[in-house]
Design a protein around this ligand. Structure first.
Ligand SMILES: [Zn+2]
Length: 236
């Protein structure tokens, strides 16, 4: 049994942990989350402007229709004024007065229609600018997603290599020792197996009693020894 194989196995497990952690916590994923929130916010704005455009267009049409209706009345009144059916100064004055007031109303509706048209132009410009920003955020999202896919594939390749190397290291190690190591690893992590430096366990700061040191030195080389203080596997 090679002790170095066991250290190599421990190192490879730590590497696997590191790679998995990196895969889950990719920096690009955080950036992507933010970009997706930005994209959703853009969509809300685009939808709101779209709804406003419909409202403004409806309003513009209504005012144009109103102006048209009044204009038709004005035309009819003007025809009556010069048609000769209306006689009498008072009646003619009343008709003139009505025409003047109708023309005023017509101008009012026309002004409102123009205001709506101007609003529509502003909204159209706003849509153009929002859509340009949306294209920008869409592109960023696409690049990030590609970047994440590529990085994940790279990490997966490294994980595969690490798994292969671990299998190779495991074949050079005793099954019992691996089982013991695996049961202790959740508690000790990358320092589950430590070296005996000749007088102490290198995994903890406690000083080994002389009797324990003596026992360590005289045990068979393939026996599993644990530090009596911390419980780590100590290899000589
Ligand atoms: Zn120890």
């Amino acid at each position: 049994m090679s002790q170095e194989s066991l250290f190599e196995l421990q190192r490879l497990d730590t590497e696997t942990q590191r790679l998995r952690h990196r895969r889950v916590n990719l920096e690009q994923r955080v950036t992507l989350e933010a970009a997706l929130i930005e994209q959703a916010a853009h969509q809300v704005q685009i939808d709101a402007v779209g709804a406003a455009r419909v409202e403004v267009a409806t309003r513009q049409r209504r005012h144009e229709d109103e102006a048209q209706i009044v204009a038709t009345k004005v035309e009819a009144d003007v025809a009556r004024l010069y048609g000769g059916e209306v006689q009498g100064v008072k009646e003619l004055e009343a008709l003139q007065h009505e025409i003047a007031s109708l023309r005023e109303r017509q101008a009012g509706f026309e002004d409102q229609a123009i205001e709506a048209m101007e609003e529509a132009e502003e909204l159209a410009a706003r849509v153009t600018s929002l859509e340009a920003s949306r294209v920008d955020v869409d592109n960023r999202i696409e690049i990030l997603q590609m970047d994440i896919t590529v990085t994940e594939a790279e990490i997966d390749g490294e994980l595969e290599q690490t798994a292969l190397a671990r299998s190779a290291a495991a074949t050079g190690t005793s099954v019992e020792l691996i089982a013991e190591y695996e049961s202790l690893r959740p508690g000790f992590g990358s320092a589950t197996i430590v070296r005996f430096d000749g007088s102490n366990c290198s995994g903890c700061p406690s000083v080994m009693p002389a009797m324990e040191v003596d026992r360590m030195k005289h045990e068979a080389s393939d026996s599993i020894l644990n530090c009596q203080e911390c419980g780590r596997i100590v290899l000589r």
